[in-house]
Design a protein around this ligand. Structure first.
Ligand code: ZN
Length: 450
């Protein structure tokens, strides 16, 4: 122990106390400038484990700032999953924005205090927090104030476009492919999609293209329930009806939604805001069907599993309840992030132990593949059980392994793919036919026994 230790400890304690006081009095609504200041304050407090970057800007030119937490900010480390939270997509639904500011302050404070759970989370995960996807809408809503905010004022962006109805609709293609054994993941974007979306949506889609997100939630208000995909009903012809639209990963999505609702102080009780949701969760389409939403887009265009969290009856609650809301959501926000570490993960290599980027990982019985990132690492959320998993990549023979997943940390499962002999190409038709029984999308030429 060196001589200055006591002095340093005392200094740290005092600083800690000082900061605790500064942040604990921070239960207030944050206008844009205050939000930016709060994010940069966290960044300067925790500069070795945080980074701030902008994914683009709003119609009125406000930056869409993301605060990242990682032991190596700015870098994707192989085998370390990427997680995101998105708040305030509807400008007048403001609780998520405030909760994400609180969460950022909490992660920083607890990391500095040596909280083992938070330290581990930050070391093993790359966490991206976008407190406001719609800063222009927020300013419109906030200028009216909590008590006077109309139900729809500030919901859309400054062109009054609802951003949660603004993503390219990939469901129709997905539902068509389900009937025709077509591609089951990474649906193609329509031509000219960039011209068809708002700047805020464009920024978020480019963000999804640049990071291989595994898990996400977007935070809303107006109800209290964890809503999971699909949001869009398979039978859009029957207007006004609610029909459950399950994804191929329905059981995982239910587990993810339950993780949040049961870790939340009251969401799981079911009765909230005059509505009842069993266990505090609902399939989106079975509540009400919507097209062009963000959570369906995440699942259909990327590897990311996203749910929509409705967190308050009052879309713009008074500042006096923010501290209670933070305490009600804190454990849920942390527990949900920890879910990114379940299932399986691993590397896909070639014969020379060089990583193969963008390989496809399919799980028998679940018609939704994921892909490895450019560095060759993949992440596949799964419930406990035994699975047959196949990795395939163009020009290689697929490889199938059996794995048993437990309730704890993700199981590591690595694949080594052999280069496909040239003659295999000639057998494309026959092997594809055999293969279609076990794999439902465009097959790479392969033998299911491989
Ligand atoms: Zn909303």
């Amino acid at each position: 122990m060196w001589p200055g230790w006591n002095f340093v400890l005392l200094g740290t304690l005092l600083l800690g106390l000082d900061r605790t006081l500064a942040w604990s009095s921070n239960f207030q609504h944050h206008r844009y400038e205050e939000l930016v200041r709060a994010l940069f304050a966290v960044q300067s407090e925790c500069q070795y484990v945080t980074r701030i970057y902008s994914i683009g800007h709003s119609v009125e030119g406000r930056q869409l700032y993301v605060l990242e937490f990682s032991d190596n900010p700015g870098i994707h480390e192989t085998m370390e999953p990427e997680f995101k939270y998105v708040g305030n997509m509807h400008g007048n639904e403001v609780l998520g924005r405030e909760l994400l500011i609180q969460l950022a302050q909490f992660l920083c404070k607890e990391y500095r205090a040596g909280n083992q759970r938070i330290t581990r989370l930050i070391h093993d995960t790359r966490i991206h927090i976008l407190p406001s996807m719609n800063p222009d809408g927020y300013e419109v809503a906030a200028s009216q104030g909590p008590e006077f905010n109309g139900y729809l004022v500030g919901r859309g962006n400054s062109r009054e476009v609802d951003l949660n109805r603004n993503f390219p609709d990939l469901n129709a293609l997905k539902y068509y492919y389900e009937k025709t054994n077509g591609q089951n993941h990474h649906m193609p974007l329509p031509d000219n999609w960039e011209q068809q979306v708002e700047p805020e949506t464009l920024a978020v889609i480019k963000w999804m293209q640049n990071y291989n997100f595994v898990l996400s939630a977007n935070l809303h208000g107006g109800a209290v329930v964890a809503n999971y995909p699909f949001d869009k009903s398979r039978d859009a012809r029957i207007r006004g009806t609610s029909t459950y639209a399950a994804t191929p990963d329905d059981n995982i999505f239910k587990m993810l939604a339950r993780t949040y609702s049961y870790a939340h102080s009251w969401m799981h009780k079911g009765w909230n805001c005059g509505d009842f949701f069993h266990e505090g969760i609902t399939n989106g389409a079975s509540w009400y069907s919507l097209s062009k939403g963000m959570q369906d887009f995440n699942y259909l265009y990327t590897n990311c599993f996203e749910i929509t969290l409705e967190l308050s009856c009052d879309k713009f609650p008074p500042a006096s309840i923010l501290s209670r809301e933070w305490l009600g959501n804190r454990e849920a926000l942390v527990s949900y992030m920890e879910q990114v570490h379940h299932g399986i993960k691993g590397m896909v290599y070639d014969n020379n132990n060089s990583p193969i980027g963008n390989a496809e990982i399919s799980v028998a019985g679940i018609s939704h593949d994921v892909t490895a990132g450019v560095d060759g690492d993949y992440f596949r959320l799964l419930l406990p059980g035994t699975y047959s998993v196949t990795a395939s990549a163009l020009g290689y023979l697929p490889s199938t392994l059996t794995v048993t997943v437990g309730p704890a940390e993700a199981i590591q499962l690595h694949f080594f793919l052999k280069v496909a002999p040239k003659k295999t190409n000639l057998n494309l038709q026959s092997s594809k036919k055999n293969f279609s029984a076990t794999k439902t999308h465009h097959g790479y030429y392969s033998d299911p026994q491989q």
